[in-house]
Ligand binder design. Structure first.
Ligand code: ADP
Ligand code: MG
Length: 639
């Protein structure tokens, strides 16, 4: 029979070293991880069996069994779930490092001071937690529908062996050969310890977790020895082994709110999310009527590290009358709520529903609509500080909804918060912004870019600041789509502070005419770079800036697209010049004296480069810029 030895992938080995040598506290969570894998394996089998019932092999009495042995100091966790083939064992355990491995190592290295094994499950590396307590681990597994089984063995010291084996029924058995106990480790083979750990960490697992326990039962009448008066002599009971179910499998989402404690809500959240922190908020509801369902939803406190990883699968679990149907039911939650976790139980759902059908199901669409409504209400009702915590974490994702959910666009917009030129680092809602608009202000001004400081000091805002108009500083890439989708808020149109003209004051026609010819000359010098050269409606102190046409792509958007490797069409922008700047009077004098003076060409480029630098952009001929500035400094500095 086939037998092979493999070395663990480097990251897995690093991870194992850490687990074996650095994780000391709370070792008991290894049991939660192995039970959760067993439960996942049963879920997977049940899902597959909907279309391939033969996989069940007449055994649909799903359970997870724990078998401790105090003398040998071993503990076994077995399940009748989907099992694994030889190749799947190689793939899932040890050889191929999953994305979570590296992420977990990084998270650990960041908090060396307090290594917490609790976070292990979040990173999809829960299986290895067995090595916190075991010096040797074996895994015997047979995949549903397969003949041969596979035995995997490792001491966690760099390599593992894998060989073909036998197992009478499908499923997986993990055996831990426990290490010598140290310090205040409990005896993990002790039945009371096991009962407590399961109760604490795995009570909500939806399959029975069973353990054989010794039980005293009365001896049958004819086996009791009695004296001549009929009184028993000696034993009247005997010890038998009985199966005990350790978890309550409570479907708390079906209970009444008043019967669920805060602790139960938190424990259940940790159970389904693998998060080790309490959630920020939860929403528990029962819906009766045409669309009947119960739902228990949670908003995490922190962004899960893998929210956008393809393996991420801790979204909404779908149940039908307590029977698990599927994990990560995307059809029930729009993209912009993808961080919400929880359970939805819909009694009228067809148990054999497939993902394809789910997408067109009216019932599912209705539930989703209701859930979204309730979640929006929850967010709208959150206290200021809690809401800001939420927004700082998930705001950029939530705002996707403004772009994608036409029906709720305005409600989501009302939930958006921005820092502004006047908010001194605080968040402002669009409603507050509108309420604080100046009497002569007609539009909602905004500017988009990568960083707050650069935006705050952008030359484009000089006139607006002078008028004391507030400007929204938008730094999330999604904000570009937000303003496009919204167009206006509370009847006030959005207006880019860097695109188009600002109508803050009437233009000075005679001055413009005086500069016309010079601007034509500058435009001729910069013909390949700018669309137009004109007097600025933005600037007060700076000399020049670049602005876009109202319908053009913003420079932030252009840079974002370039950063992702795309090639947006080159859009020429408008060079705006501050006619009131004393330098312009001097340049104009040069022009008036000799319109062919070579300095004019150099200064044209300088005005353009300065505009670019002012908005944090890159100039294409830095050495020319350097030379010109050097020359000017030389002329103006006193010896
Ligand atoms: P995760 O459960 O997050 O995927 P783990 O490290 O806990 O990460 O488990 C790794 C993989 O090993 C699982 O995804 C699964 O494919 C496989 N596995 C672990 N335990 C079992 C089991 N009892 N039955 C079947 N497959 C299992
Ligand atoms: Mg796991």
């Amino acid at each position: 029979m086939k037998k092979e030895t493999f070395a663990f992938k480097t990251e897995v080995q690093q991870l194992l070293n850490l687990i074996v040598h650095s994780l000391y506290s709370n070792k008991e969570i290894f049991l939660r991880e192995l039970i959760s894998n067993a439960s996942d394996a049963i879920d997977k089998l049940r899902f597959k069996a909907q279309t391939q019932p033969e996989l069940l092999e007449n055994d649909s009495d799903f359970r997870i069994r724990i078998t401790p042995d105090g003398i040998k100091q071993t503990i076994e966790i077995s399940d009748n779930g989907i099992g694994m083939t030889y190749d799947e064992v190689i793939e899932n355990i040890g050889t191929i490092a999953k994305s979570g491995t590296a992420a977990f190592l990084e998270a650990l290295s960041k908090q060396q001071a307090s290594l917490t094994p609790e976070l292990i499950g979040q990173f999809g590396v829960g299986f290895y937690s067995a090595f916190m307590v075991a010096e040797k681990v074996t895994l015997l597994t047979r995949a549903a529908g397969q003949g041969t089984a596979t035995l995997w063995t490792s001491n966690g010291d760099g390599s593992y062996t894998i060989e073909e084996a036998e197992r009478p029924s499908r499923g997986t058995t993990i055996t831990l050969y426990l290490k010598k106990r140290e310090n205040d480790d409990p005896d993990f083979t002790d039945r009371w310890t096991i009962r407590r750990i399961v109760k604490q960490h795995s009570d909500f697992v939806s399959y029975p977790i069973v353990m054989d326990v010794e039980k005293e039962e009365p001896l049958p009448e004819n086996e009791i020895i009695k004296d001549k008066d009929g009184k028993p002599i000696g034993k009247t009971t005997r010890t038998v082994m009985a199966e005990e179910t350790l978890n309550s499998m409570k479907a708390i989402w079906l209970k009444d709110k008043k019967d669920v404690t805060q602790e139960e809500y938190e424990e259940f959240y940790k159970h389904i999310s693998h998060d080790w922190k309490a959630p920020l908020a939860h929403l528990h509801m029962k819906f009766e009527g045409t669309t009947e369902y119960s739902a228990l939803l949670y908003i995490p406190e922190q962004m899960p590290f893998d929210l956008f990883a393809p393996e991420h699968k801790h979204g909404i679990q779908l149940y039908c009358k307590r029977v698990f149907i599927m994990d990560d039911c995307e059809e029930l939650m729009p993209e912009y709520f993808r961080f919400v976790k929880g359970v939805v139980d819909a009694p009228d759902l067809n148990l054999n529903i497939s993902r394809e059908i789910l997408q067109q199901d009216r019932l599912v669409a209705n539930i989703r609509k209701n859930l979204v409504k309730k979640l929006l209400e929850l967010l709208e009702g959150m206290e200021g500080e809690t809401y800001e915590k939420f927004y700082a974490e998930f705001g950029p994702i939530l705002k996707i909804g403004i772009h994608t959910d036409m029906d709720n666009r305005h409600r989501i917009a009302a939930l958006a918060r921005y820092k502004t030129t006047k908010s001194e680092g605080k968040w402002v809602s669009l409603k507050d912004y509108v309420a604080n608009m100046k009497p002569d202000q007609k539009e909602i001004y905004y500017i988009t870019g990568e960083n707050l400081t650069a935006l705050m000091n952008s030359p484009h805002l000089e006139r607006l600041k002078e008028k004391d108009f507030e400007v929204l500083l938008m730094v999330d890439p999604i904000d570009e789509w937000v303003v496009q989708a919204l167009n206006e808020f509370d009847g006030k149109p959005f207006k880019s502070a860097e695109k188009g003209d600002l109508e803050t004051e009437a233009p000075d026609k005679s001055k413009e005419e005086a500069f016309n010819a010079l601007f034509g000359c500058i435009k001729a010098n910069l013909d390949d770079k700018v669309k137009e050269v004109k007097p600025s409606t933005h600037l007060k102190d700076s000399l020049s800036c670049l602005s876009g046409n109202p319908y053009d792509m913003s420079i932030f958007m252009e840079r974002m697209l370039k950063a992702t490797g795309q090639k947006p069409p080159e859009i020429k922008r408008v060079l705006e010049i501050n006619m009131d700047h004393p330098v312009m009077t001097k340049i104009k004098a040069i022009y008036d004296a000799d319109r062919n003076d070579p300095l004019l060409q150099e200064y044209s480029h300088l005005l353009y480069d300065m505009a670019l630098i002012g908005e944090g952009g890159k100039i294409d001929n830095p050495s020319r810029f350097h030379r010109l500035i050097g020359g000017l400094m030389d002329a103006s500095l006193k010896a």
